[in-house]
Design a protein around this ligand. Sequence first.
Ligand code: ADP
Ligand code: K
Ligand code: MG
Length: 412
Amino acid sequence: GRFGSNILHSIVKQKYGKNVSWIVYPAARTMSYVGDSQISFQLKEYPRAINSFYNQTAIDIAAAQPSVRLDPATLLYSSKSPDGSHLLRSAQFLHKELPVRIAHRISGFRSLPFIVGCNPIIISVHELYIRAFFILSEFRAITDLETEKQYSEMLKNLLDDHRDVVTKLASGFQECRKHIKEEELVRQFLDRTLTSRLGIRMLAEHHLALHNEQPNHVGIINVAMKPKDVVDRWADFTRQISDHKYGKAPEIKCNGHITASFPYIQIPIDYIIPELLKNAVRATIENNPDKPESNLPPVIVTIANNDADFVLRVSDRGGGIPHHMVDHVTRYHFSTASITQEEDTGLFSTMISESNHGPSGPMYGFGFGLPTTRAYAEYLGGSLTIQTMQGIGTDVYLRLRHMDRKQGGFRI
Ligand code: ADP
Ligand code: K
Ligand code: MG
């Protein structure tokens, strides 16, 4: 699009000292040059041309640099200064760090098998990353608060533009993964891409949040996060979409250390908890099809807090996971949502039936809940384990390390 032609424009200008203009034909996926000099070429097949019209060396150089993963305690204790210099420092760190992280992801896209890399949806995500790389790396040096404000505005827009990346990756791989022999390759790519995306978004959101005053918060860190409150909030949400889909919902109870509170970053938990609750609620309802709401066995969340970590156990009486499926449930795209089992359903949007859509998202169907949850937990120095009793129900243990650096903590 326009962005590509802008880059081409400056490359040509630099090399030949001439201004040229371009006509882009999106339908034909070709790009022709019209101008007044002798240079004349045509780029056939827009996707393949990405490599020629983006300045590759910049990405290569950034990709060769190591990423700097931050100790969350650094985020917490980098003190706020009245003159706003903490905002400057934070923006300067991102200005250097984000292009490196994005370049690593671009390397990941480049090393995908050809058949995957060619998928139009995967290409569109790859392009989003290339675009982000140039927007981030070409931003001018941040030396004053006015520039910082513009940088933050740009970050906010990028976060918006990348909002649907997970859904896009899910649908892109859904279309082409049947051609891939090495299952492991897809898993590694998705694990890395999704966790790196989580890290990038946490850093960006943290910077943006430093601009606001939110009670009990330093940036994205909730200095007194109460797991019980988070669970309760997502329990309401899950019961609401269950009610919408099935016309009923089991109770979701909390026990254990219900008064515990400590500093933590809520962003990943806000993804993980609803995924676990949705699975438990769905199993409970599908395993008790004839019971009225009042007779449904409750889903029970137990909270355990200690010096090193905290554990959430989600227990259901949803009949358990059948033996032959236990090893598969944490695989991307594995789902017992009937429609995903159909071969070659084409566009992903058709896979999640209308009736599965609550007011705030689907109950199931992506097959991404457990694998993403496990990848996030491991990225944060924790784990996700599943204990299932076939015929009775399932216990899922989410274990997460505290942020405290004395305990080894984790890095984002
Ligand atoms: P999705 O919910 O989109 O199907 P998940 O990764 O969350 O994807 O879960 C994969 C599959 O694992 C589900 O389709 C379901 O068959 C099984 N599963 C997950 N959690 C439970 C549970 N608590 N009880 C029984 N089966 C479960
Ligand atoms: K799955
Ligand atoms: Mg699920």
